[in-house]
Design a protein around this ligand. Structure first.
Ligand code: CP
Ligand code: NVA
Length: 315
């Protein structure tokens, strides 16, 4: 069974095809588009809040001819202790695929192992692969232009990632940068430096460990083509928000820090943002900020991912 739990679940040539398909979807969202999910139902099981992921998947499944069902994890028996495996087995008897947002990455792996249908990772504490595919596509659109080679335009580019460098978005960029041949410089408090788990994943996937970590944010952004940040207190870290605000303040993407990157550097944020914390409003409003293109591209890229997984007869 084919799943999309991590960036490497598509081979490089398949990612090229996913990006090409996303570009087609973006150009022609109309009713004549193919409907690879016609007659199919996909369930979304979410254990955390969501605006972009939930809505882009619900709209995307609908636009591909399918029917989405949203299940709040707390409202189904999973929230009352029914096992992950039984939930996966039962839902697989009804639906053709699952999009899951949860805490422990191990839980989505268990669910996928028991499911008889494809499972897509809609964010775990460890990885957010749909986000990084959409982000890479967004940068590539700018760098490759309307007809250029999207994946080739990423190679050799430098990303600076500031702030919480040990959680899902940073981890996914560590995998993504290695996969796309980009250079990645992460900068944050040393206590939040990337963990061993993500390096272990790179090794297991036979990808080069090509990121660097520096406590100096200006060193990280020097020569960067793309400056990226994420919230300082992710979902599940709310009680640490004040301590993290104090610790991560030097890593805020201020106008001054953004100006220290390349003159044509892009700014990205997965959103939701907290203006005045991890990023200044002036940077969010900068003409080189592509935050809403990233959000839009979640839809087009995820449709391409759904279409690729739906090739499987059971999806
Ligand atoms: N970026 C992202 O995944 O946003 P949501 O939490 O709103 O889905
Ligand atoms: N790191 C953030 C990303 C939200 C899309 C979180 O996990 O809350």
């Amino acid at each position: 069974m084919r799943h999309f739990l991590k960036e490497t679940d598509f081979a490089p040539h398949e990612i090229g095809a996913v990006f090409a398909r996303a570009r087609e979807f973006k150009r022609g969202r109309g009713g004549r588009a193919p409907k690879p999910l016609a007659g199919k139902t996909w369930a979304l099981i979410f254990g955390k809040s969501s605006t972009r992921t939930r809505v882009s998947f619900e709209v995307g499944i609908h636009e591909l001819g399918g029917h989405p069902i949203f299940l709040n994890q707390g409202d189904i028996q999973l929230g009352r202790g029914e096992s992950i495996e039984d939930t996966a087995r039962v839902l697989s008897r009804y639906v053709h695929g699952l999009v899951v947002r949860t805490f422990a990455h191990r839980d989505i792996e268990r669910l996928a192992a028991a499911a008889g249908v494809p499972v897509i990772n809609g964010l775990t504490d460890f990885l957010h692969p749909c986000q990084i595919y959409a982000d890479a596509f967004t940068a590539a659109e700018r760098w490759a232009g309307p007809k250029g080679d999207l994946l080739a335009s990423l190679r050799g580019r430098k990303i600076a990632f500031l702030g919480d460098t040990s959680f899902n978005i940073a981890n996914s960029w560590i995998v993504g940068a290695s996969l796309f041949g980009m250079r990645l410089s992460l900068s944050g408090p040393p206590a939040h430096a990337p963990g061993r788990e993500i390096t272990a994943l790179l090794r297991a996937e036979k990808l080069p460990v090509n990121f660097e970590f520096t406590p100096d944010p200006f060193e990280a952004v020097a020569g960067a083509d793309l400056v990226y940040t994420d919230v300082w207190a992710s979902m599940g870290h709310e009680e640490q928000a004040a301590a993290r605000r104090a610790r991560m303040k030097p890593y805020a993407v201020t106008a001054k820090l953004f100006a220290a990157a390349k003159k044509d550097a892009l700014f990205m944020h997965c959103l939701p943002a907290h203006p005045g914390e991890e990023v200044e409003q002036a940077v969010l409003d900068n003409p080189r900020s592509v935050i809403f293109d990233e959000a839009e591209n979640r839809l087009h890229v995820q449709k391409a991912i759904l279409a690729a997984l739906a090739k499987n007869p059971k999806a």
